[in-house]
Design a protein around this ligand. Structure first.
Ligand code: CTP
Ligand code: CA
Length: 232
């Protein structure tokens, strides 16, 4: 039930979780960002902690009110800062959960001063963007000891979503990839969600549906089991 202490199958195991949405600076006061709140990552962090894990949350701009006092937080507002933190932490950790919405691109340069509207006659402004490092794919490559889980939210019909998911699972090579369909009112807010869980060959292992807290709990049990089987 809700109050029972879950099995301590992650006792003392060190886990980091990336969560929230990165901000990519344009100038000292502006950024490119996304709508991710980090709520689901925080929920997974709590569930893993309940199983005995020592959890560190790498927070990309998560609202303070959502962060539980019991969880160690490292602020990683941009993709590059998150990348650096993951590369430094990973050798000492056993599990990495990659729940953050990482901007795929950042402005090539950051203006030192606020970009001004006045002065030019131009009606357009062009920003040149460069690709950010793929934090999950890099961590999988550099730290084979790490149990890893990635997340993919895809749009399209169920057949397209399944095929994007398979491709992504194979490309990233994380131990687990949690895939869900978003768009047309699916997957946002407090409605029920369905997650398919793929392995690194793109095969569907299982699927979970229900409220986000319920799914976070089931996912945490699967992460624990995956960690156990990878280390025995
Ligand atoms: N991810 C990451 N670093 C990035 C981009 C993504 O660590 N620079 C992680 C996300 O946290 C997530 C997984 O990779 O766990 C999948 O992210 P997603 O954006 O779906 O994958 P991309 O490879 O960026 O593909 P897409 O073109 O669909 O955005
Ligand atoms: Ca992306």
């Amino acid at each position: 039930g809700e109050t029972a202490t879950p099995k301590q199958d992650l006792a003392g195991v060190k886990v980091f979780i990336t969560a929230g949405g990165t901000h990519e600076a344009i100038d000292p006061v502006r950024f490119i960002g996304n709508h991710s709140t980090g709520r689901f990552g925080v929920e997974i962090a709590k569930q893993l902690q309940e199983r005995g894990a020592k959890v560190t949350l790498l927070s990309a701009n998560i609202n303070e009110n959502l962060l539980p006092a019991s969880i160690e937080i490292i602020a990683t507002p941009s993709a590059n800062e998150m990348y650096q933190a993951v590369m430094e932490l990973a050798p000492q950790y056993q599990i990495g959960v990659f729940a953050a919405a990482v901007a795929d691109f950042r402005p090539e340069t950051q203006a030192e001063m606020k970009v001004k509207k006045t002065g030019g006659e131009e009606e357009t402004l062009t920003l040149k963007l460069v690709k950010n490092p793929d934090i999950l794919a890099s961590a999988v490559r550099r730290f084979p000891h790490l149990t890893t889980i990635g997340f993919a939210a895809e749009t399209g019909n169920p057949t397209q979503v399944a095929s994007y998911g398979r491709e992504k699972a194979i490309r990233k090579q994380a131990d687990l990839l949690a895939l869900n369909q978003v768009g047309q009112g699916i997957g946002f807010g407090n409605v029920d969600t369905m997650l398919s869980i793929l392995d690194k060959t793109g095969e569907t292992l299982t699927s979970f549906s229900g409220s986000k807290p319920v799914i976070a709990k089931e996912l945490s049990a699967l992460i624990a089991a995956t960690y156990q089987s990878k280390n025995h």
